[in-house]
Design a protein around this ligand. Structure first.
Ligand SMILES: [Zn+2]
Length: 96
């Protein structure tokens, strides 16, 4: 394992946690719940997975991130349980 990208410490701790779809993320404006989004740089899918430095706290990875779906409020959860889509074109009202 390589040293910290920020302070060159060798105290790198790699963590992994299986959350499946119980992962949550909060920002100032948005709440997210679902699988781990891969664009956060802390894992993806079923797992939170990242390494951090025990000296300076830096998460090892490529930062800054592009604006993430969590920040944008995009719900990329894969379970399609909300079927609120109106596919009923029969009820179109005419305003003659
Ligand atoms: Zn460090």
């Amino acid at each position: 394992m390589s040293n910290c990208q920020e302070c060159d410490s060798n105290r790198i701790i790699a963590v992994r946690g299986k959350t499946t779809d119980k992962f949550t993320a909060e920002t100032e404006d948005n709440d997210y719940e679902g699988y781990v989004p891969s664009d956060l740089g802390i894992g993806g899918g079923d797992y939170i997975k990242f390494s951090f430095c025990a000296d300076c706290g830096q998460i090892q990875g490529e930062f800054p991130l592009d604006e993430t779906d969590v920040e944008l409020g995009n719900d990329e959860s894969d379970d399609d349980e909300d079927e609120d889509n109106d596919s009923d074109d029969e009820d179109l009202q005419s305003w003659d």
